[in-house]
Design a protein around this ligand. Structure first.
Ligand SMILES: NC(=O)C1=CN([C@@H]2O[C@H](COP(=O)(O)OP(=O)(O)OC[C@H]3O[C@@H](n4cnc5c(N)ncnc54)[C@H](OP(=O)(O)O)[C@@H]3O)[C@@H](O)[C@H]2O)C=CC1
Ligand SMILES: O=C1OC[C@@H](O)[C@H](O)[C@H]1O
Length: 379
């Protein structure tokens, strides 16, 4: 067997998801059946201080060779770093990713990829010019459940998809349950439900349709602002996608993406977060939407009131992984193979998702501050 390709990672930021990602990165990939690639965590940067980066390294049990940096610039000039994972708030993704690309580093950037589509386009143009790998860290697509559901739809398990519901709602009262300085409610960090949660709902819809070609039309959207914060508390978007099987009577698929900080999506643990409905049945996926592990396939039984056969499946991560390692494996394979774009998380798809969110925000007059919306770098 040949030696696995080793990708050397740096991480920008030391918050909650950076910790989960770093812990996944240092796991043994063979424990999840991955033999062809492996990962080495060589550096972590905190915008606050070297000490806070050092604290992070000891918390995650990083390998001794891993360096702590007291600013992001130091990390991106480290010649041992091949690729940077960006885990800052949404407002910072664009300038942080530009910093990395201009320093010649490959990038995996957390969702929501940027604040708007214009910034995403600029990043993709820069990556192309510099021949660097760049991917939105929409990890859910790489989880075993994402792979399985796409395969089921592709194999025609429920026939042509006619309608999709996708709900990602936290059930955290923004005033009572979240600290007032939480990034979720801060406009200057591009907080709000849509960019944080709705992005998953929209991605699930695209995932269910498995297309990057069909352009959705946003038919309507409703944005409920969070009082005094100028971010959205709840957003619902209705989309229509033209389907290719136009011989059927309804040549478009309806999709409803919704998200809320405040309303709870799955109060009793029994409500499907995602419903992918086709002519021959439906697939129901149970939350949490970002990391589901249970889904159900219900066959359609024609005739009013008939109940179709329903089969439940679990689809867990392996080898003690939280699940972020699967997107890391994808990045390693792409970079090993000299690719600048992942075919599972292609640039067009990220752009389409950003455009849908731009349209919804625009219709509600929900804009972030000009410097956060800007696609100039340096600003
Ligand atoms: N994939 C997933 O499941 C999840 C993804 N996310 C995404 O990851 C990103 C980070 O989220 P999360 O880890 O929850 O956020 P946290 O608030 O926990 O951490 C954000 C980190 O960003 C750095 N940072 C840099 N500038 C600022 C600033 N001005 N204000 C606050 N923090 C700053 C800080 O690290 P330092 O000072 O050390 O540089 C901070 O610890 C978001 O894009 C979010 O959508 C979040 C949760 C889950
Ligand atoms: O990506 C995410 O997934 C988990 C949620 O708790 C979090 O708000 C969000 O950023």
């Amino acid at each position: 067997m040949s030696t696995p390709f080793c990708l050397r990672w740096g991480i920008i930021a030391t918050g909650r998801i950076a910790e989960s990602f770093a812990k996944d990165l240092i796991l043994d990939p063979t424990a999840r059946g991955v033999q062809d690639v492996r990962h080495s965590l060589v550096g972590v940067a905190s915008s606050r201080s070297e000490d806070s980066a050092r604290g992070f390294l000891s918390k995650i049990g990083a390998p001794s060779l891993c360096r702590a940096h007291g600013n992001y610039e130091a990390l991106v000039t480290d010649p041992d770093v091949d690729v940077v994972y960006i885990a800052t708030p949404h407002s910072h993704h664009f300038p942080n990713a530009m910093l990395c690309l201009e320093a010649g580093k490959h990038v995996v950037c957390e969702k929501a990829f940027t604040v708007n589509a214009k910034q995403a386009q600029k990043l993709f143009d820069t990556a192309r010019e510099r021949n660097l790998f760049l991917m939105e860290g929409m990890w859910t697509r790489f989880l075993p459940v994402g792979v399985k559901v796409r395969q089921l739809v592709r194999d025609g398990a429920i026939g042509p998809v006619t309608r999709i519901f996708a709900d990602n709602s936290l059930g955290m009262h923004p005033k009572n349950d979240l600290p007032p300085d939480d990034r979720l409610v801060r406009r200057e960090l591009a907080g709000g439900a849509l960019l944080d949660l709705g992005v998953y709902s929209i991605h699930w819809i695209f995932q269910a349709l498995q297309t990057t070609v069909l352009q959705p039309t946003v038919i309507s959207s409703l944005v409920v602002p969070l009082k005094d914060h100028q971010v959205d508390e709840t957003t619902t978007i209705i989309m229509s996608f033209r389907r290719e099987d136009t011989e059927t009577s309804s040549p478009s698929t309806h999709a409803i993406a919704t998200c809320s900080l405040r309303t709870e999506g799955n109060p009793g643990g029994q409500t499907p977060a995602i419903r992918i409905q086709g002519d021959q049945g439906e697939i129901q996926i149970y939350g949490p939407v970002w990391r589901p592990s249970k889904y159900c396939v219900i066959k359609r039984e024609p005739g009013f009131g008939n109940v179709g056969e329903s089969t439940e499946f679990t689809c867990e991560t392996e080898g003690g992984a939280y699940g972020l390692c699967y997107e890391a494996d994808e990045a390693a394979r792409c970079i090993r193979d000299g690719l600048i774009e992942s075919s599972t998380m292609p640039w067009t798809l990220t752009l389409q998702v950003m455009e849908v969110m731009d349209t919804a925000r625009k219709s509600a007059g929900l804009e972030f501050l000009a410097d956060i919306e800007s696609a100039n770098y340096p600003n």
